[in-house]
Design a protein around this ligand. Structure first.
Ligand code: ARG
Length: 327
């Protein structure tokens, strides 16, 4: 019985992880049905039979996946805490990462968080997300306190000298944001000479500010949330922000608007890893599958929906009581 149960569990795990990689809806149903069947079967003498069925289901879903060209997840990786995947993120960046307030409780949300969960699930690890200001994430990675940085990271050539990056999982753009009332006043970067222009500390937007508005008074702030509120209140005249994030903030602050797009060479977001990390192949396999089976698109759609749930979005760090302080 014990042996059967072990075989059964292995089969269930295999089916579940395969289901996670297959085309989402039918595969999820298969996984749920399989798990329910397994729990019942384990309590009866029919365990052996069920195990055989489960294996058959796993084989079937394996065949499905193979025909879709699903990448197999390597298993030879290590994490800083065995059994756990520790991920650093800066939740000031809807729809990538933010807090969605569910019945008064702030819950981490966003397509980066969904991707982090998917990576943990597919690698058979428990996800642990550590909220860190953006400019501290790479240091925590370097110091071995987190396994991955998933925070809308642009894999810039400068960073790539010190860190490894996964394949691109999302392609966005860069924007220059101003107050709507100033559209006639600010027609080009020249107009910002001597004026305060914001960007997030440690972000590639600081580089964009230095390259495009070298004569402005460039102000680095820890959180995009702060950049937005200073722009609204008039402490800043312009700001460099990721396009998808700018668009999301503008929904809540209609007094702002994107003045123009900002070209950037290393477009797209990637997962940051410590140089030489053995997690890279597994992370890339999950990204490949999530892009191929359409689940990444679902993560993005859900993130945008939650980020637009007016009054229930918090961007920044929670206070010491785990509460979303007023912005
Ligand atoms: N893509 C930019 C960078 O890599 C900004 C990312 C900021 N992320 C965040 N969660 N605040 O520098």
């Amino acid at each position: 019985m014990k042996k059967n149960l072990t075989v059964l569990m292995a089969a269930v795990l295999a089916a579940a992880s395969l289901a996670g990689c297959g085309s989402s809806k039918p595969a999820e149903t298969t996984a749920a049905a399989t798990t329910a069947a397994a729990t019942e079967a384990a309590a009866t003498e029919a365990a052996k039979e069920a195990a055989a069925e489960t294996t058959a289901a796993a084989e079937e879903s394996k065949a499905d996946s193979a025909s879709e060209g699903t990448a197999e997840i390597p298993t030879d990786f290590t994490t800083i805490t065995p059994g756990k995947l520790t991920v650093g993120t800066s939740p000031d960046f809807a729809p990538y990462e933010f807090y969605h307030i569910n019945n008064g409780n702030p819950e981490l949300a966003g397509f980066d968080i969904a991707l982090a969960q998917r990576i943990a699930d597919d690698l058979g690890l428990e996800l642990q997300v550590v909220p860190i200001d953006f400019d501290g994430i790479l240091m925590e990675l370097q110091n071995g306190n987190i396994d991955l940085g998933i925070s809308g990271f642009s894999p810039s050539p400068e960073r790539a000298q010190t860190f490894d990056f996964s394949d691109i999982y999302y392609t966005g753009g860069q924007a220059f944001v101003i107050r709507k009332a100033d559209v006639d006043k600010y027609k080009d970067y020249e107009a910002f000479t001597g004026l305060p222009v914001g960007a997030q500390n440690g972000s590639i937007q600081m580089g964009l500010a230095e390259a495009n508005t070298p004569n402005a008074n460039i102000i680095g702030l820890a959180k995009v949330t702060d950049i937005v509120s200073e722009l609204v209140s008039g402490k800043l005249e312009g700001a460099f922000i990721e396009t998808a994030v700018a668009e999301q903030y503008i929904k809540n602050y209609p007094e702002l608007q994107i003045a123009w797009d900002v070209p950037y060479d290393t477009e797209g977001s990637a997962v940051a890893l410590k140089k030489g990390s053995d997690l890279a192949p597994a992370v890339n396999a999950v990204i490949k599958n999530a892009l191929a089976d359409g689940t990444m698109d679902e993560y993005i759609a859900t993130a945008q929906e939650l980020a637009s749930d007016e009054g229930n979005v918090f961007e920044g760090q929670l206070d010491e009581n785990g509460k979303a302080a007023a912005n």
